[in-house]
Design a protein around this ligand. Structure first.
Ligand SMILES: Cc1cc2nc3c(=O)[nH]c(=O)nc-3n(C[C@H](O)[C@H](O)[C@H](O)COP(=O)(O)O)c2cc1C
Length: 381
């Protein structure tokens, strides 16, 4: 079946592609495969090891490109040793693995909440074998039984949390929600700023768009995203990571040969333009932006940023506020340096500070959970 570009008219919600006047039924099987999202229902009820039960929640943490770069060693009793899976890095767009380490902070925060829900206190020794480099552990987490340990109220939001990548509703950020997010974050030492005035939002939107376009127009940085795009249910089920593209339009493009990695890398193709349009629709709908900065940029601080960021996203989930990070303009590769410096100035962050997380906030329906690999695939021992 071939659908040349000009014959594409629209995709209807019910799984029907209207092309050249003919309606083609699309199999429902291009929906998200259930195996890829089974992790969102939590630990296996038959699992009795509290570490594995807590890990089943921790692997739902947000993380760059959904690479899930976590590897865990359970060989010592009552202990989890957390490593970076060095086969899952982003050397072009995250050359210092700053974002990967932030993703580890998100993981450790949810791990601690989940352990408490099992009745265990955790103590995380960060970088126990010295400064992190690939191969050295990120954390050694000791589990100690503590009857009556308080449950973190944000834990209930873990299975509901989503990164909303599509368009937001045309609603301003509710001032009460803004205030609640700032108050909730106040326990963190990391500065958080939220802006929703039209002038700032427009300015920051322009920079976010410029950063995204720059990354898409550089083949080596764009390729890092394309390499982890999983197109269609079968690819998603086989990998359970990365960026999932699914649904009737994707099904039709794939069957027409228009949605291939090579096409997505080639400006001017439907696949490339579709990717750009999707990203731009997200920015166009942004009504508020926020960012977290830090005074230094140590590995410990990157972990702290991840912990604070996931708490913020969970608090947003509880309020019904959608939140999507924008990392492109913050990235540390040479071609991004000018835009990154401009973004830094525009946020008003002090020159010595590091802009760690930048995100848009708003309101949106539930896009559904993103895939996660099976717990067993994270185990090194
Ligand atoms: C450090 C970090 C950077 C991220 N950067 C982006 C980004 O630039 N754009 C984006 O859409 N999502 C970004 N995300 C969100 C991830 O893509 C998302 O967590 C992942 O795909 C899993 O989806 P989920 O959060 O819905 O579970 C980032 C997450 C983290 C922790």
């Amino acid at each position: 079946m071939a659908f040349p570009r000009r014959t594409f008219l629209r995709v209807l919600g019910g799984g029907v592609v209207v092309a050249a006047g003919a309606a083609v039924a699309v199999p429902r099987l291009d929906a998200m495969p259930s195996t890829a999202i089974e992790g969102w229902s939590g630990p296996d009820p038959a699992e009795t090891d509290p570490r594995r039960r807590a890990l089943a929640w921790a692997l739902l943490a947000p993380n760059p490109h959904n690479l899930q770069s976590w590897a865990v060693d359970l060989s010592r009793p009552d202990t989890i040793v957390l490593h970076v899976d060095t086969g899952r890095l982003l050397p072009q767009t995250d050359p210092y693995s700053r974002q990967i380490l932030i993703g580890h902070g998100c993981f450790l925060e949810i791990l601690a909440m989940a352990a408490a829900a099992e009745g265990y206190r955790t103590e995380a020794a960060l970088f126990p074998d010295g400064p992190w480099r690939p191969g050295k552990p990120v954390a050694r987490v000791a589990f100690t039984k503590q009857p009556g340990i308080a449950l973190d109220p944000l834990f209930a939001q873990v299975p509901r949390r989503r990164t909303v990548k599509g368009g937001f509703e045309a609603r301003l950020l509710d001032p009460a929600h803004k205030a609640a997010l700032l108050t909730g974050h106040a326990a963190s030492a990391l500065p958080l700023v939220l802006v929703d005035d039209a002038e700032s939002v427009d300015r920051l939107r322009g920079l976010a768009i410029a950063g995204s376009e720059l990354e898409m127009n550089l083949p080596r940085t764009h390729k890092e995203s394309i390499d982890v795009v999983r197109v269609g249910a079968a690819e998603i089920a086989a990998n359970r990571d990365g960026i999932s593209l699914k649904g009737p339009m994707i099904w039709a493009l794939r069957h027409a040969g228009a949605m291939t990695a090579e096409k997505a890398m080639t400006p001017g193709t439907l696949a490339w333009q579709g990717g750009l349009d999707y990203v731009m629709a997200g920015y166009a709908s942004a009504r508020a932006f926020g960012w977290i900065t830090s005074v230094d940029n140590t590995r410990e601080t990157q972990i702290a940023v991840g912990r604070a960021f996931v708490r913020l996203q969970l608090a947003a989930t509880a309020l019904g506020v959608a939140l999507q990070p924008h990392s492109q303009t913050l990235q540390e590769y040479p071609e991004m340096a000018d835009l990154r410096a401009t973004m830094h100035r525009q946020t008003g962050a002090p020159a010595y500070a590091t802009l760690q997380m930048f995100f848009r906030l708003g309101y949106a329906g539930d896009p559904g959970p993103s895939p996660r690999r099976a717990l067993s695939s994270f185990m090194t021992a």
